[in-house]
Design a protein around this ligand. Sequence first.
Ligand code: FO1
Length: 311
Amino acid sequence: MKFTVLAGGIGAARLLGGLAAVADPEQITAICNVGDDLEWNGLHISPDIDSVIYTLAGIEGEWGWGVRGDTTRTLEALRDLGGDAWFTIGDLDLATHLRRTSVLRAGGTLSEATAALTAGRGLRTTVLPVTDDPHPTIVQTAEGDLPFQVYFVQHRAADTVTGFAFPGVEDTRPAPGVLEAIAECDALVIAPSNPFVSIAPVLDVPGVRDAIAHTRARRVAISPIVGGEAVKGPAAEMLRALGHEVSALGVARMYAGLIDTFILDAVDASLVPEVQALGMDAIAFDTMMVGEAGRARVAASLVATLSASMA
Ligand code: FO1
């Protein structure tokens, strides 16, 4: 079975790690959000791409980002020199950003830089940015418009969110391979990622929604909300602030018309009939991806669900 996964950060990375353990890694393509990207001390950082690459390489960090066992000596030295140090880039992580930025400076695209990084880590899974064009997420808050990482890291997601903007998204083009990966897969999976700031910026690149509407693939989304709370990050606060129901059903409503199957966690099984009433299949199983065994278990349940729906 050929999989294409629309991916945000850590939830998507864990799912992809599990999928690569239970399926052929060469049959998996991740299409990654780039709305979280930022320039840091002159370097191009792509947090969601890096979460996916590090997790697939089995070296994801204990901080929830970066590389396992990393240190911050460079950052501390930079801080001592009066540099910009609110974003914690580890010493080993830095190599990734140097490599990416050098490819970009030499005239390469973000896709080419990403391919260099996946090859360098020995990965067999294809990792694509959704677009090679600049496509930043702006979080609109009561304090004003903030680039995503300023809202999320510098302001600790403390500002009241009023909306999101993706300036210039209408001029972005899907990166090479993105539309093909959607058209030619058997299973199109929307990872358990934040629907507002991880998945919407992927869907909004011109051509992506259309490709999803026309793919022959089974289209499935996994809820990032479990028991009324986000597994990680500010998705629950964003749903609440924007007037959505803070539940897996609230997320399912956002994907109505786009997908065939919605997967909820077992604790939300009572919501299955209401999700089905939206015009999609609904399946509930344990979606908590704790440890490598948990990731593989969730991926195996996903594959079983897909196989059953295609039989
Ligand atoms: N998240 C934080 O909460 N604080 C940080 O200082 C931070 C640094 C960082 C550096 C590189 C990287 O790839 C990710 C980093 N993140 C940090 C996580 C990042 O904000 C999130 O992974 C995503 O953008 C949300 O999916």
